[in-house]
Design a protein around this ligand. Structure first.
Ligand code: ADP
Ligand code: MG
Length: 261
């Protein structure tokens, strides 16, 4: 895929040091092409969120370079950059006092779209994430389920057709059935709209199911980058095998992959 699709994101030697000696990200490299979904997997504190936030400049790196569509992000205005990159943060991050439609309309408003264009885009996006516009556009976040709120968060991130989407534990707080439905819908959308995506998750099973490539992090370092099949059949470190073996659901996903390899 990367041979034919343009590179959307290139991270080279990304390092983030905090005072006191913590190296939250340590020489991280990653390239992501249009239409590709890369998962960053690792335990809590491994540097996943730090890496993700360096992409849209919620964090400025100590070292290394991040290029978005070939441009060094440090040379861009942070607020311009964030309008071009979809962001689904941990939790749903919706503004509680704004309706579904108003939440989705945030970026289009910042971009100065007129009211008619915004209203039609909101309805289009609600339909895209499989919520009935007539039923949902005026609902406040507390009037929706967790899964429905997460659908609104995804619609909001997609509003201005970003070439890159960043997701931080976007599905982690949902019950298994809701999560599976939303994962399936998200992956279909991602392939259909052909945006690049970087998805942070502590759940290896989720990464195996959804990602084209997986980057395994521990203590700020990248232990391995590869396809699900690479990780399963050619783990670079015992820790990678450990992550693959953990819960029963993960073991099942691994077994299915091994049978198919
Ligand atoms: P993850 O998302 O994988 O759970 P993070 O990227 O949030 O991990 O954090 C990586 C490491 O950096 C952790 O050890 C965390 O405590 C540390 N860290 C994160 N933010 C800060 C900060 N603002 N100041 C100091 N240390 C931080
Ligand atoms: Mg995190």
């Amino acid at each position: 895929m990367s041979e034919t699709s343009p590179l959307v994101l290139q991270i080279e030697g990304l390092t983030k040091r905090y005072p006191g000696g913590v190296i939250a990200a340590d020489a991280v490299n990653l390239s992501v092409s249009a239409g590709e979904l890369v998962a960053i997997v690792g335990e809590s504190g491994s540097g996943k969120t730090t890496t993700l936030k360096a992409i849209n400049r919620l964090i400025d790196p100590s070292d290394g370079i991040v290029r978005f569509q070939g441009r060094d992000v440090m040379a861009l205005q942070a607020h311009d950059l964030r309008r071009e990159i979809g962001w689904v943060m941990q939790g749903d991050g919706l503004f509680p006092h704004l309706s579904a439609a108003q939440n989705i309309a945030i970026t289009p408003r910042l971009l100065g779209w007129d009211a008619t264009r915004i209203a039609s885009r909101v309805d289009e996006l609600l339909t895209l994430v499989r919520l009935d516009p007539a039923d949902f556009r005026d609902r406040l976040p507390h009037q929706m389920s967790g899964g429905q709120r997460q659908r609104i968060a995804i619609a909001r991130a997609l509003a201005a057709e970003p070439p890159l989407m960043l997701l931080d534990e976007a599905f982690s707080a949902l019950d298994p059935v809701t999560r599976a439905g939303l994962q399936e819908d998200f992956i279909a959308l991602q392939k259909d709209l052909n945006f690049a995506a970087v998805m942070v998750t502590h759940d290896m099973a989720e990464a195996l199911l959804l990602a084209d490539r997986i980057l395994v992090m521990k203590d700020g370092k990248v232990l391995q980058t590869g396809t699900a099949s690479d990780l399963v059949n050619r783990p670079a470190e015992p820790y990678v095998t450990e992550l693959l073996a953990a819960p029963a659901k993960q073991a099942k996903a691994v077994a299915a992959l091994e049978a198919g390899a």
